[in-house]
Design a protein around this ligand. Structure first.
Ligand code: SAM
Length: 182
């Protein structure tokens, strides 16, 4: 049921991730916390090879069922222990998922390991208010977005940008960064 509700109204999020990272045929994308895989399919429709990673077998099962495209792989794993080799990705994103990561430093170190030099990182989270509880807290306050951007710098990423964005009905924080090039 959670996976099905995650399919509703999320196309705008997937399109925004693709547009901001400029995903194309030459890219290898890793989607960390892919859920039912909407952003994976969106990137694959642009010709990229894409790996969706999620710890929940039920999400991966739904993602597989919904996906007919070639060039897509699904792997069970977490942000903190990505099941991909070093330098596997030219683009790595995590959409509405970082608030689930159990360890931001380890997740960012893994993102840095999985990205090739010059690779692009994008993270999107819903904008939330301080003190929100339950589902309303699933996202970032202004302070949490700023903290994540600082952690990106600390993890060695460059060109760190933090922006407010709208995508359909979603009001988002988007953090983008680059792994230093060769
Ligand atoms: C709100 S859903 C978002 C799914 C998808 N990115 C989307 O936007 O439709 C959050 C996803 O994060 C996954 N998740 C939870 N903990 C995680 C972790 N430590 N690392 C990676 N993914 C995680 C969940 O299984 C779930 O599929």
């Amino acid at each position: 049921m959670a996976g099905l509700t995650m399919l509703l109204g999320r196309g705008a999020l997937s399109r925004l991730a693709c547009e901001l990272t400029g995903v194309g045929r030459e890219d290898r994308v890793v989607d960390v916390g892919c859920g039912p895989g909407g952003a994976v399919r969106q990137a694959a429709s642009r010709g990229a090879r894409v790996t969706g990673v999620d710890p929940a077998p039920v999400m991966l099962g739904l993602a597989r069922t919904l996906t007919r495209r070639p060039g897509v792989a699904w792997l069970e794993g977490t942000a903190e222990a990505l099941p991909v080799p070093e330098g596997a990705a030219t683009v790595l994103w995590s959409i509405a998922t970082v608030h689930h990561w159990s360890d931001l430093d380890t997740g960012l170190a893994e993102a840095g390991r999985a990205l090739a030099p010059g690779g692009r990182l994008l993270v999107a989270e819903r904008r939330t208010r301080p003190g929100a509880t339950g589902l309303a807290s699933h996202g970032w306050t202004d302070e949490q977005a700023a903290t994540f951007a600082d952690l990106c710098l600390g993890a060695g990423f460059t060109d760190v940008q933090t922006e407010r964005r709208e995508a359909g009905r979603h009001r988002l924080w988007v953090v983008q960064a680059v792994k230093p090039g060769p």
